[in-house]
Design a protein around this ligand. Structure first.
Ligand code: KE4
Length: 429
């Protein structure tokens, strides 16, 4: 058994000054139990905790570290630009280059606005859709997570599902009443909501490939059906690509799934580990955003130069080397195959969901196609599996309601170590 004494000490100390000892709830290990590991440093595919233990990292900072930790070109860019000052509060050419780069990778984005988190991106996109349509209501999907702004904390995924929070205190009934929810992959439910709220729905927001209840794929025709409903009803179709963007392809889920949204939100990968989010899309809609239009949206550190150069360096590396994402897909397929083998040999029910490098394991005897089926899996078994893997130096997301995030610094030896650890862990639970 590896020692985590220093993490235990730090966790106790952290709780004296930080709510729950963490700055984001999913890091607290609350759903899986045990002590969250305090990380000292990371490089490539490996995390090193304060007790000196090494882990193969399948969180990758929840997505951003897609080419591995401390990716040299990003580190060098940050070091180079930091001496020019870390923020100006005035426009820079760097922001233009970042916007032009994203537009070159995502053709149906005419205008894009930088913010500092995925939450801000999704919150702003919803306000924009409401301002553009003059309507109040939105449709989101159960188990989807679009950040922690009030409108989205209704039947949300990620940490909200992990902690089984049904209604979030502080979210007023007024706000919650304007958020309608449907089961992911259930087009009939969406049609019924639209019919019952005729001309009142401003936007439908969806994680095109869900990642906040484990990884769950859109069923054939589902996204196309949503697109048709939005076209017929004048509803703004928003793809939340905070997780899928620049991971599923250099054009994100829109390109990979060949379907266009009206607005798209980004986060995670586009900052290369620095705080960046963005929302963008059709000019006719984006022109409603201040200072062009009346939909106010702002941010002191939006387009921050250090964040921009980090994101720009990572994104341009992905754009100029499209083999990197296909290598990552191949590595994930290899892991999938290996896990399939050991899970089948284990003889207990399981499902593996995967698209590209988004993957999750569910101890379930039925297909996991929405939140209800994800929640009905044997998630106690997942908790036991999580800790057995951690003891073997494999750091998975500490919740069955998260996708695993692979990074391209993972070697095939790391993947074989993971598969062997899974085989051993399954034997122990
Ligand atoms: P942030 O505000 O955390 O940057 O992004 C919110 C967000 C929006 N949309 C999607 C699809 C997301 O996955 C997220 C954030 N994802 C979680 C992990 N599943 C962030 C981890 C955390 O809360 O610490």
């Amino acid at each position: 058994m590896y020692s985590i004494e220093k993490s235990k000490e730090l966790f106790a100390r952290a709780q004296e000054s930080i709510p729950g000892g963490v700055n984001s709830p999913v890091r607290a290990f609350k759903s899986v139990g045990g002590t969250p590991l305090f990380i000292k440093n990371a490089k490539g595919a490996y995390l090193y905790d304060v007790d000196g233990n090494q882990y193969i990292d399948y969180i990758a900072s929840w997505g951003p570290m897609i080419l591995g930790h401390a990716f040299e070109p990003v580190v060098k860019a940050i070091q180079e630009y930091a001496v020019y000052s870390t923020s100006y509060g005035a426009p820079t050419e760097l922001e233009i280059k970042m916007a032009e780069l994203i537009k070159s990778m995502v053709p149906n984005v005419d205008l894009i606005r930088m913010v500092s988190s995925g939450t801000e991106a999704c919150m702003s996109a919803i306000r924009l859709a409401r301002g553009y349509t003059g309507r109040n209501k939105i449709i989101k999907f159960e188990g989807h997570y679009h950040g922690h702004s009030d409108s989205f904390l209704v039947k949300a995924g990620s940490g909200v599902a992990t902690f089984n929070i049904q209604t979030v205190p502080g979210v007023t009934a007024g706000v919650a009443n304007d958020t309608l929810t449907a089961a992911y992959n259930n087009l009939e439910e969406v049609k019924a909501l639209v019919a019952a709220n005729k001309n009142e729905i401003a936007a439908i927001i969806v994680e095109p490939v869900a990642g906040n209840m484990g990884c769950i794929l859109p069923q054939p025709g589902f996204l196309e059906g949503l697109r048709a409903i939005c076209d017929e009803e004048g509803i703004v179709f928003i793809f939340d690509e905070v997780m899928t963007g620049f991971r599923l392809s250099t054009g994100g889920a829109q390109a990979r799934l060949n379907i266009n949204a009206d607005l798209v939100t980004y986060g995670k990968v586009i900052g290369g580990g620095m705080p960046v989010g963005a929302f963008g899309g059709k000019r006719a809609i984006m022109e409603k955003i201040a200072p062009l239009g009346g939909v106010y949206q702002a941010g002191t550190l939006s387009g921050n130069p250090i964040a921009m150069i980090a994101g720009y360096t990572l994104l341009s590396t992905l754009k100029n080397n499209p083999n990197l994402l296909s290598e990552l897909d191949e590595k994930t397929a290899y892991l999938h195959k290996g896990l399939e083998k050991v899970l089948a040999a284990h003889g207990k029910p399981y499902r593996i969901n995967r698209l590209g490098s988004m993957i999750s394991v569910h101890f379930s005897d039925h297909d996991v196609i929405d939140f209800a089926t994800a929640a009905a899996a044997n998630n106690d078994k997942f908790k036991a599996f999580f800790h057995k893997m951690l003891e073997k130096g494999i750091y998975l997301p500490p919740s069955p309601f998260e996708a695993w995030f692979l990074n391209n610094a993972l070697s095939y030896e790391d993947l074989d170590r993971t598969i062997l650890a899974a085989e051993q862990s399954l034997g122990d639970i």
